[in-house]
Design a protein around this ligand. Structure first.
Ligand code: SF4
Length: 285
C-alpha cells in the first residue's frame, strides 16, 4: 500500500503568519494570550499552549492589563480594539490581510449606503469569529445569511451590498446571489462582491484532483473548522471512500480493505506535522 501526504494541503498563509507571530512573541516573553483558538485545530492549539500561550475570550480583556494579547487570523470587531485600549492590554494584530481587506470593504460599503436605508448582507456562518469581526464594521447592522431562506425580510428597494465570509463555498455563494437577484424589483441596486479567499477556492479543485488519484482518502481537520467541513465535502463528492479524522487515533483499520493508494490531506487549518502523523499511523495499521 502506498500512502501519500498531499503537499498542497496544510496551513494557508494567513494562519502561518498568525502562528509565526505567536511563536516570536512566546520566544521573547514565554507568556501570551490569544483571543479564541489561533487555528481550528486542537493539536496545534495544544502545542502552542505548551509554549506558554493561553486562549481567552474578549470578556477577559479587562483582567489582562499590561499583558500581550494576540488577535488571530479571523480578525476582531472594532469593539475588541477599544476594550483592549481602555484596559491597557498590549495587542498584537495577526488578522489575515485578506480578512482585513474584507473588513475595510464592508465598512466602506456600509458607510456609503447606511443613510439611504441600504443593507450590507454577509453570506457566512452566524456566530463565526470572522463574521463577528465583519459585522462589527457596520456597528452590528449587517445581516448575516446562511441560506437563501434567510434573505426574506431584507428591504429590497434600497441599495444592497453582498459580501461573503472568506471560507465559504464559491458555487453556493453564486447560487445565493442568483436567488437574491430573482427577488429584486426592476430598479434595485445590488452589488455582489467577490470576497472568497483564493487559497480556499483553489484548494477545492486541487483537493478534488488528489481525492480522485487515491482509493481511500483520509482528511485531517479540526471538528470546529468551517473550512475543514467545506473541503471534506469536496473530497466526499469525488471519492466515496473519504474519511474525516481529527487525529491518528480516529483511524479505523477496516477503511483500508483492498486499498492500494491512500491519500492523506487536510484543511487550511491542518498542520503538516499532524498529516504526517496520520500517514505514519496508516502505515502501521
Ligand atoms: S483562509 Fe484565506 S482569508 Fe482565511 S486566514 Fe487563510 S489566507 Fe486568510
Amino acid at each position: 500500500m502506498i500512502v501519500e501526504v498531499d503537499a498542497r494541503s496544510g496551513f494557508c498563509f494567513g494562519v502561518v503568519k498568525a502562528i509565526e507571530t505567536a511563536e516570536r512573541l512566546l520566544a521573547d516573553a514565554h507568556e501570551l494570550y490569544c483571543i479564541g483558538d489561533i487555528v481550528h485545530n486542537g493539536q496545534e492549539v495544544d502545542r502552542l499552549r505548551q509554549l506558554g500561550m493561553s486562549v481567552v475570550d474578549t470578556d477577559s480583556l479587562p483582567q489582562l492589563a499590561g499583558k500581550h494579547v494576540l488577535i488571530r487570523a479571523h480578525g476582531e470587531p472594532p469593539s475588541t480594539y477599544a476594550l483592549a485600549q481602555t484596559h491597557g492590554v498590549m495587542l498584537t494584530d495577526a488578522t489575515c490581510p485578506v480578512v482585513l481587506r474584507l473588513q475595510q470593504r464592508v465598512k466602506h460599503a456600509w458607510e456609503h449606503i447606511r443613510n439611504q436605508g441600504g443593507t450590507v448582507i454577509i453570506y457566512g456562518k452566524k456566530g463565526h469569529a470572522e463574521v463577528i469581526g465583519i459585522v462589527g464594521q457596520t456597528q452590528g447592522e449587517a445581516v448575516v445569511v446562511e441560506q437563501p431562506a434567510d434573505l426574506h425580510g431584507i428591504a429590497l428597494n434600497a441599495p444592497l451590498e453582498l459580501f461573503s465570509q472568506t471560507t465559504m463555498e464559491p458555487q453556493q455563494y453564486q447560487q445565493l446571489a442568483n436567488v437574491l437577484r430573482t427577488m429584486l424589483p426592476p430598479d434595485a441596486q445590488l452589488t455582489v462582491h467577490d470576497t472568497i479567499c483564493r487559497q480556499v477556492a483553489n484548494r477545492r479543485s486541487e483537493l478534488a484532483q488528489f481525492a480522485a488519484m487515491h482509493d481511500v482518502l483520509i482528511f485531517v481537520g479540526g471538528r470546529k473548522s468551517s473550512n475543514a467541513k467545506t473541503l471534506f465535502t469536496t473530497c466526499q463528492q469525488t471519492n466515496s471512500r473519504s474519511h474525516f479524522v481529527a487525529s491518528p487515533s480516529d483511524l479505523q483499520p477496516n477503511w483500508f480493505a483492498n486499498a492500494q493508494r491512500v491519500g492523506v490531506c487536510g484543511a487550511t487549518s491542518t498542520p503538516q506535522w499532524l498529516m504526517e502523523a496520520v500517514a505514519k499511523r496508516v502505515h502501521e495499521l
